[in-house]
Design a binder for this molecule. Structure first.
Ligand SMILES: [Zn+2]
Length: 234
C-alpha cells in the first residue's frame, strides 16, 4: 500500500462530490422551476379569465338564440303574409309581423351588447392560452433534458463508485477507517494535498510545527489537518 492508493481514493471521492454537485445544480432544473412557476401563474390567470368569460358567453348564447328564433318567426310570418289572400288574415299577420320586428330589433341589440362584452373576455382567455403554449413546450423539453442529464450523471456516479470501491479496497484497514472518519466529518474527500504550506482543502496555513510533522511523517503515516481533520497527503 502506498500513498498513491490513498490519493486515488481521495480523488475518486472528489469526483463523486463534483458529480453530486453537478446533479444538484443543473441549470435546466433551475429553469424548469422558473418555467413551472410562470406556468402556474398563467394557468391561475387563465382560470380566472375563463370564469369571467363563462357567464358572458352564456348570456351571448341566450341572446343569440332568442334573436334567431325571432328571425325565423319573422320569416315565417312574412311568407304567410305574402301568400295570404284574405284581408283580415293579412291585417292580423301584418300586425304580428310588426310586433315580431320590434322584438327582434330589441333582441338583436341585446345580442350585440353581449357580444361587445364577450369579445374582450374571450380574447383575454385566448391570449393567456397562446402565451402558455410555448412555456408548456419548454417545460416538456426541460423535463426531458433534466431526466437525460440526471441519468447520464447517475451512470457516471455508478462508474465512479466502482473506481472508488477499488481504490478503497487497496487502502489497509486502520488507515481506511481514519480516512472514512475524516471524510464523514469534513465531506468531499478524507485526504488533502498540502499546497504552499496550506491544507489544500480548508486552506488553513499550517504552523511550522505541523508542517514539520507532515514533512517528516514516516511512510504510511498521515498527520491530520488541525482544522478540517483530513489526512495530509505527502
Ligand atoms: Zn484542512
Amino acid at each position: 500500500m502506498s500513498s498513491e492508493d490513498l490519493r486515488a481514493l481521495s480523488e475518486a471521492d472528489r469526483w463523486l462530490e463534483r458529480l453530486a454537485g453537478q446533479r444538484a445544480t443543473l441549470l435546466e432544473r433551475v429553469e424548469l422551476a422558473r418555467v413551472e412557476g410562470d406556468l402556474r401563474e398563467r394557468l391561475g390567470a387563465l382560470r380566472a379569465a375563463e370564469a369571467a368569460l363563462e357567464p358572458l358567453s352564456r348570456a351571448y348564447d341566450e341572446a343569440s338564440t332568442a334573436s334567431s328564433r325571432l328571425r325565423e318567426r319573422r320569416d315565417r310570418l312574412a311568407s304567410r303574409l305574402e301568400v295570404s289572400r284574405d284581408a283580415r288574415e293579412s291585417a292580423a299577420l301584418a300586425g304580428e309581423l310588426d310586433q315580431v320586428r320590434v322584438a327582434l330589433g330589441a333582441a338583436e341589440d341585446r345580442e350585440l351588447e353581449a357580444l361587445v362584452e364577450v369579445e374582450p373576455a374571450a380574447e383575454t382567455a385566448a391570449a393567456l392560452r397562446r402565451e402558455a403554449q410555448p412555456l408548456a413546450a419548454r417545460r416538456a423539453e426541460l423535463i426531458a433534458s433534466v431526466a437525460a442529464l440526471e441519468s447520464s450523471l447517475d451512470e457516471e456516479v455508478a462508474a465512479q463508485r466502482l473506481v472508488r470501491d477499488a481504490a478503497a479496497s487497496r487502502v489497509e484497514g486502520a488507515l481506511r477507517a481514519r480516512y472514512e472518519a475524516a471524510l464523514a466529518r469534513a465531506g468531499g474527500a478524507g485526504a488533502a494535498e498540502v499546497l504552499e504550506g496550506r491544507c489544500g482543502d480548508c486552506r488553513l496555513a499550517l504552523s511550522p510545527l505541523d508542517l514539520d510533522r507532515w514533512r517528516h511523517a514516516p511512510e504510511g503515516e498521515y498527520p491530520e489537518c488541525p482544522s478540517c481533520g483530513r489526512l495530509l497527503l505527502p
